[in-house]
Design a protein around this ligand. Sequence first.
Ligand code: XLS
Ligand code: NI
Ligand code: NI
Length: 436
Amino acid sequence: MTAFPEIDRIPFEGPNSKNPLAFRYYDAGEVVEGRTMADHLRFSVVYWHTFRGQGADPFGPGTAVRPWEDGSDSVENAQNRARVAFEFIEKLGAPFYAFHDRDVAPEGSSLAETNRNFDAVVKVLKEEQQRTGIKLLWGTANLFSNPRYMHGAATSPNCEAFAHAAAQVKKAMEVTLELGGAGYTFWGGREGYQNLWNTDMRRELDHLAQFLHMAVDYAKEIGFTGQFYIEPKPKEPTKHQYDSDAAACLNFLRQYDLMEHLKLNLETNHATLAGHTMQHELEVAGSAGALGSLDANTGDLLLGWDTDQFPTDIYLTTQCMHSVLKYGGLSTGGVNFDAKVRRESFEPIDLFYAHIGGMDAFARGLKIAAAIRAEGRLEGLRNERYASWDSTLGAEIEAGKHSFASLEKLMLEKGDAAPNRSGRQEMLENLINTYL
Ligand code: XLS
Ligand code: NI
Ligand code: NI
């Protein structure tokens, strides 16, 4: 049985190709800055959008045509879907995938039954991983869909919701270990608040930290050495999510002594919802040594929610890959397409077009970023902007050899600071455009 009989493995055909089912820039084996594109980009397909998304919106039901679905919530249907997913990922040529526990298998009437359903599908995932060589980028648990988590999971005022979430994450970590996952992600689904009159923020944050410490402890206990990630998002589903942006996550991790255990999984549309650019978030995480993985997508300029569109903007992917290269590359992380096809793009083949476009956009971004770095003009001009810090005075201040008193003495003698230099913003923006 094949779900995509008309599609072969997506080939690389180069920039002149007119074939919409071919890569024009993503050539897995091409070497950039000493590593293959496949190794730099570590593309990953998400199960929740690509195999569970139905195209529903608040105004109408799903539109997606998925001929392999039998319409039931059975384990058999879930197992069959898993095989279809691997056929898709293999034909696309992405080396990784990512899933939530509840994406892959149906929830039963008790936790024990749910775990049995999960195991039955994990068996197929494992077989398919072995058959295809496709690997798990990260696993995660859905701690936000079931009504028991209406007030949050780790931050719920109901301690049994917390306990249930703990049991769920324990199982999801065991499965991630069994499938050889390179990481495990915590995205705070409903870990936030709708209203501060009914919220004990300090207590909720303490609980969230306790929860993450339990996960760290359990990883040690079972020998899971994959990377933990925390994924910032400012709002949706709650009005205010605690992990609102990279800076808030870093502050939380530092406050609760978790910095060494978690890195950040940054998502473009979450950055923009927070009023930041993705580049800003990448710099915040990267400069703190906490850049872990990317949830690659994009929002819509005119829509104010998490539209999770496939990234096609070369300027954006150039910024992403420039920061990734600058901070030493994605080691355990990847470029994970947390993106969904539009409701109007309802045919199975649209899933291919969407991912091919995203992969090509990132491959181009990688090549452009590498070209910028190879020429070094941008870096040179930026360093020049800070040249005063390499002078005697700058170096002395940086080395901690000055105080307010010594600097006051100096400035009283000089009378005023040396003139500033132009920031050259427009010139640098023009420079970047010469590489596009
Ligand atoms: C939702 C998040 C979610 C995480 C995984 O907005 O992006 O999909 O990536 O739980
Ligand atoms: Ni995400
Ligand atoms: Ni999202």
